[in-house]
Design a protein around this ligand. Structure first.
Ligand code: IVH
Length: 670
């Protein structure tokens, strides 16, 4: 391909991909299959690597992330980023509307919108290109989070049409759709990690993450609701926002132009009712004066515009009796205290239980047995207890004591420094941990033995047929048919499912083992880095840290897992049954042998690759990655912030240091 051809193909792919992104993420009407889309994106990324001179800052490849920001730059807002005054009652909304009519002395048009519960963001566009994205901060200056914002696929990097002003700012709310939030928490649960409390905090934490590749995987979304600039096409809010939608922005359709207070109230009433059916969180309604002339006439107070107000929905709360606090033991031994309540109706569902999270939470609430508690259902999927009605507390009631021993096996609980959760350390003997580990082991993303459900596991456990995951592979048809409701045919199916699972690739076997903090992604990284279970088992703490995305917490957990003789024995037995404990060819596909015989050390942070991609590219082309520099190292690929000790060692041993661009060239020309 000539340079000219590459340039025009890159432009063509960029346009097509962004069109597909818009169709999918803004219009919810995809016109291409996921596979075809991936192929286009892959082609673009490949061409940009080959012809880095044509990689532009608005390329859809930027949405994959990969750039790591050490510290976010502070940026002054061109227009201060004000907040709205809040109102909590209809009277206050009525007063707001009265005030406006008195000042304007005629009927005023309003736009009602939902109040999206996320993180405010200001996006600046210059000549149709996303230039900068800044958080609110203190309203005067905020953080430049442009690289992270670019991973949000509904935010256009380049605008459609040509009738947009040369420069303007559009503001909106970055949020995490409920589905994505639930999915994330499910994955955290599987990895035995503490759950995120609510979508808003998660969105806000995500926007501030340093590694944009992780941000890209979180499926953040963004609604736009406010446009600012000197040359906007219309002199009112509603028309400008509709115009912005034509330019490609995700301007929500949940907005309505109304002409009086009745219109405002019907919008409020309608959404107070329907809000629970939305796929995202909303905590109220925003009412804005439509005309810019009217807005100018109304002006601002010190903190807020006089032409808009937020009406906050009441968070639904209910008072009910605390019957008992019970303690659940999870697969990883994590203890969750649960409040068992007198059933009460809340936000359309009957609530019988509420999570109490951990010991600190119980202490903070100063919970006593028999208390009347206030339950709230906010962003959390599980209702939570937000307070105690002290006036109803019995004089002789006793404070809820946290347990010291496991309710299932009696082992003494432990609580590690810096963690808020108690654990039962009796991993290999505690029944719910054994059963939980087995359920995880056979689950779809792990060994995928779907004929072995929770109920069957329970029966097998009760009969003493299984005590560890390795026992699953010793099961015989004769054992299984003795179980209740287990006919010959289902028993045969089960045996077949178990047999088939022996072909499940190493990456998934590693995930299936249920090592604390080793979820699906971490298991993949570990498998790619260490290649065999032996290498992983023998890795030192430092060597574990060298793998991509492995920090102290995960490394410690892996060391702890393999330090337990019982786990080592389980792996030995699984190995005898011929499960996959090495990375297969298919998991580790080779593209070329260009780098054969060469050994690389990758260090630092890169602009065009994530570390993982870079290491994969080395391996895909026949090279070898090693963690530490020695005489045998052929090259060090150095990014930003390469560690000083590595640099010193490289110089001492005379190992050549190359940049990522040198590396790209090496692949292209060699
Ligand atoms: S308009 C000057 N519209 O709620 C007014 N804000 O304090 C600019 N929010 O800072 C904001 N949904 O973070 C506006 N439809 C909406 C909104 C909205 C959520 C947030 C935003 C704002 C805060 C109000």
């Amino acid at each position: 391909m000539t340079t000219e051809e590459a340039k025009s193909r890159i432009a063509e792919l960029t346009e097509q991909i962004e069109k597909h992104n818009h169709n999918y993420y803004v219009l919810s009407k995809p016109t291409v299959s996921d596979y075809d889309f991936d192929m286009l994106l892959e082609e673009l990324i490949r061409l940009e690597k080959e012809f880095p001179q044509f990689l532009s800052s608005d390329s859809p490849s930027q949405r994959v992330g990969g750039t790591v920001t050490k510290e976010f730059k502070t940026v002054k807002h061109k227009y201060p980023m004000l907040s709205l005054s809040n109102s909590y009652s209809r009277e206050e909304v009525q007063e707001f509307e009265n005030r406006i009519r008195k000042l304007i002395e005629r009927d005023v048009e309003y736009v009602c919108e939902l109040k999206y519960d996320g993180v405010a963001i200001g996006l600046t566009y210059k000549n149709g290109k996303l230039e900068q994205a800044v958080t609110r901060g203190d309203g005067i200056q905020g953080d430049d989070v442009t690289t992270n914002i670019k991973t949000i696929k509904s935010i256009p990097l380049k605008l459609q049409g040509s009738d947009f002003p040369a420069e303007f700012e559009i503001r909106g709310e970055v949020f995490l759709p409920l589905k994505s939030f639930e999915k994330m928490n499910k994955e955290r649960e599987e990895a035995g990690e503490e759950l995120y409390a609510n979508p808003r905090n998660t969105a806000s934490g995500t926007l501030k993450m340093q590694d944009s590749a992780i941000v890209a995987k979180r499926n953040l979304d963004c609604f736009l609701y406010f446009i600012l600039g000197e040359e906007l096409p219309f002199k009112n809010h509603f028309d400008n926002l509709n115009k912005a939608r034509e330019w490609g922005f995700n301007v929500p359709l949940y907005m309505r132009k109304v002409k009086d207070i009745d219109g405002i109230f019907s919008f409020i009433d309608e959404w107070d009712e329907k809000r629970h059916t939305l796929p995202f969180e909303t905590d109220g309604v925003v009412i804005k004066v439509n005309s810019y002339d009217d807005r100018d006439a109304l002006g601002f107070t010190a903190k807020n515009p006089r032409w808009a107000i937020a009406y906050k929905f009441k968070t639904e709360q209910a008072a009910t009796l605390l019957n008992e606090v019970t303690f659940q033991v999870g697969r990883t031994g994590a203890i969750t205290p649960v409040a068992n309540l007198q059933p009460v109706l809340l936000a359309g569902t009957t609530v019988k239980r509420a999570s109490l999270y951990n010991a600190d939470q119980i202490e903070k609430l100063d919970l006593h047995g028999g208390d009347t508690v206030l339950v709230e259902k906010g962003g959390e999927i599980i209702p939570k207890i937000v307070g105690v009605d002290l006036s109803k507390r019995a004089a002789n009631s006793e404070r809820i004591k946290y347990i010291t021993n496991c309710p299932e096996c009696g082992a003494e609980l432990i609580r590690k420094e810096g963690e808020s959760v108690h654990y039962c350390p009796n991993e290999t003997e505690c029944p719910p941990q054994i059963k939980g580990k087995m359920e995880h082991f056979v689950s779809r993303k792990a060994m995928d033995i779907d004929s072995l459900g929770a109920e069957t596991i329970d029966m097998l456990f009760q009969k003493g047929l299984v005590r560890t995951i390795a026992d699953i592979y010793d099961l015989k048809k004769e054992d299984i048919v003795t179980l209740e409701r287990m006919a010959e045919k289902s028993a045969a199916n089960l045996i077949e499912g178990i047999e088939k699972s022996k072909a499940i690739p190493f990456t998934r076997v590693l995930f299936a083992l249920g090592i604390r903090f080793v979820g699906e992604t971490v298991a993949k990284k570990l498998a790619l880095h260490f290649k065999t279970i032996d290498a992983l088992m023998n890795a030192t703490f430092e060597q574990l840290l060298e793998a991509d995305e492995i920090g102290d917490k995960i490394a410690a957990s892996i060391k702890e897992f393999f330090a337990n003789e019982k786990n080592v024995d389980i792996i030995k037995r699984l190995r005898e049954k011929e499960l996959q404990f090495e990375l297969s060819e298919a998991e580790n596909t080779k593209v070329s042998d260009k780098l054969a015989g060469k050994t690389f050390v990758v260090s630092g942070v890169f602009a065009k690759f994530t570390r993982d991609e870079l290491e994969k590219a080395i391996e895909d082309n026949g090279g070898k990655n090693v963690g530490s520099i020695s005489k045998k190292t052929t090259y060090i690929v150095a990014g930003e912030n390469m560690g000083p000790s590595k640099l010193e060692k490289a110089q001492k041993l005379n190992v050549p240091i190359i940049t990522e661009d040198d590396f790209i060239k090496m692949l292209a020309t060699n």
